[in-house]
Design a protein around this ligand. Structure first.
Ligand SMILES: [Zn+2]
Ligand SMILES: [Zn+2]
Length: 372
C-alpha cells in the first residue's frame, strides 16, 4: 500500500472528530455515528452532506485500518521534508504537493527501505542496528562491579575481509557510475529525485572479487563475545550502552550500539535499597530487652559488631556506615533490621523463666493504649 499525497494535506483524525491517540474502537464508533448522520439516504439532495459523507468514508478507510493508519501516522510525522522534498511542509510560503509528481511511488520507496532497517540496498551510508544482550550477574558482582563479557550471535563485520566485502588481498574500488555516492540523481524540474545506484546496488563501491565468507556483503552472522566493565552498583534491568558495539554499518556508515540489560540474582540474606544494602538480624528477647553486641556479616568485608542498646524494639533498623554499595564518594551503608525471634519450642527451664517474666510484669498489658 503506497502512501497517498493527500495524506500530507488531510487530517483524517479531525475529519472523524477524534484525537490522534484514539483507540481503534473510538475511531470505529466515531465513524459509525458520523456516517449515519451524513448518509445520503438520510440527507436526500443535500450535496454538502454527501461531500462530508465521502470525506468521512475516505478518512475511515485509512485510519480505520491498522496498517494504513500506521503508515499515515508515519507520513505525517516525517513530513514532506523527510521524503526528500524541498520546501518543508505545505501551507503559506511553503510548498504544496499538487505538482509533486508520483509522490506515492517515492514514499513507497522511502518506506520500503525504512522497513528493511537500513539494509544494504539503500544509497549512502547506513548506521548499523542497535542490538540488545542480557547479562546475568550475581548479587555480589552487581554491588561490587566486575569485568566480564556478554555473548551474543548477531551480524558483525566479516572476520575474513573485516567488513570490506572484498576477497583478502583485493580491495573494493569506487563505483564509476555514481562516483561513490551510492545514489544517482535524476533532475525533474523542481525535484531532484535520488535512487540507489544500480551499478553498485547503492554501496558506492564495486567489488570485483567478493569475499567467499560473506559473499561480498562484508557482514557475517556469528557468535560474538563483547567484554565490558560493569560499574559497581548496577541494578536489575539496568541498561548499559556500549557505543559502536552493535550491528555493523553499511556502505561506510557507523556501527550501531549494543545495549546490555543487566539481570541481577537475588542474595539469600542481603537485599538492596539504592546504594544501601539491607539485612535482617534476628535477636532474642533478652538481647533486645537487655542490650547486646551482636555480630552481623557484611557483603564484602567480613563480619562487624553491632551494638543493640537495651530496650530495642523489634523492627528497629541500625546503620553500619560504608558497608553498602561502594562508590568513589559516598559509599552506601548496611541497614540492619533487628527482629525479635520467638522460639517455637521452649525447654522446661525456659518456660518457667518466661512465665516468671509474665508474672513479674504485674498484668500490665502492652495493648493498654488500644483502649480495650
Ligand atoms: Zn567477508
Ligand atoms: Zn554506484
Amino acid at each position: 500500500m503506497a502512501a497517498q499525497r493527500e495524506w500530507f494535506e488531510k487530517d483524517y483524525y479531525r475529519v472523524l472528530g477524534v484525537s490522534e491517540s484514539a483507540s481503534a474502537k473510538e475511531i470505529k464508533s466515531a465513524y459509525r455515528k458520523l456516517s449515519r448522520q451524513y448518509h445520503p439516504d438520510a440527507n436526500p439532495g443535500d450535496a454538502a452532506a454527501e461531500e462530508r459523507f465521502k470525506e468521512i468514508s475516505a478518512a475511515y478507510d485509512v485510519v480505520g485500518d491498522a496498517d494504513k493508519r500506521k503508515e499515515y501516522d508515519e507520513v505525517r510525522r516525517l513530513g514532506p521534508a523527510a521524503a526528500g522534498f524541498p520546501g518543508g511542509g505545505a501551507g503559506p510560503g511553503g510548498f504544496t504537493f499538487t505538482d509533486a509528481g508520483d509522490l506515492g511511488d517515492l514514499l513507497g520507496g522511502l518506506f520500503g527501505r525504512g522497513r528493511r532497517g537500513g539494509g544494504a540496498r539503500g544509497g549512502g551510508p547506513h548506521r548499523g542496528q542497535d542490538l540488545e544482550a542480557e547479562l546475568h550477574l550475581s548479587f555480589h558482582d552487581a554491588v561490587a562491579g566486575v569485568t566480564t563479557a556478554v555473548h551474543l550471535t548477531s551480524d558483525a563485520a566479516c572476520s575474513t575481509c573485516h567488513g570490506s566485502g572484498a576477497k583478502p588481498g583485493t580491495s573494493p574500488h569506487r563505483c564509476g557510475t555514481c562516483g561513490g555516492a551510492g545514489v544517482v540523481s535524476d533532475n525533474q524540474g523542481l525535484f531532484s529525485l535520488s535512487s540507489p545506484c544500480s551499478a553498485c546496488a547503492g554501496r558506492g563501491v564495486i567489488i570485483d572479487e567478493p569475499c567467499t565468507t560473506c559473499r561480498g556483503t562484508g557482514v557475517e552472522r556469528r557468535p560474538r563475545e563483547v567484554k565490558l566493565r560493569v560499574p559497581a552498583g548496577v541494578t536489575d534491568m539496568q541498561r548499559i550502552r556500549l557505543k559502536g558495539r552493535g550491528g555493523p554499518g553499511r556502505n561506510g556508515g557507523p556501527p550501531g550500539d549494543l545495549y546490555v540489560i543487566v539481570r541481577v540474582a537475588l542474595h539469600p540474606i542481603f537485599g538492596r535499597k539504592g546504594k544501601d544494602l539491607t539485612l535482617t538480624a534476628p535477636v532474642t528477647f533478652a538481647e533486645a530487652a537487655l542490650g547486646a553486641d551482636i555480630t552481623v556479616p557484611t557483603l564484602a568485608d567480613g563480619p562487624v559488631t553491632l551494638r543493640v542498646p537495651p530496650g530495642t524494639r523489634s523492627g528497629r533498623t541500625f546503620r553500619v556506615k560504608g558497608k553498602g554499595v561502594p562508590a568513589a564518594k559516598g559509599a552506601g551503608d548496611l541497614l540492619v533490621t533487628v527482629e525479635v525471634a520467638v522460639p517455637s519450642k521452649l525447654s522446661a527451664a525456659e518456660r518457667k523463666a518466661v512465665e516468671a517474666l509474665q508474672a513479674a510484669s504485674n498484668g500490665e498489658s502492652p495493648r493498654a493504649h488500644l483502649g480495650v
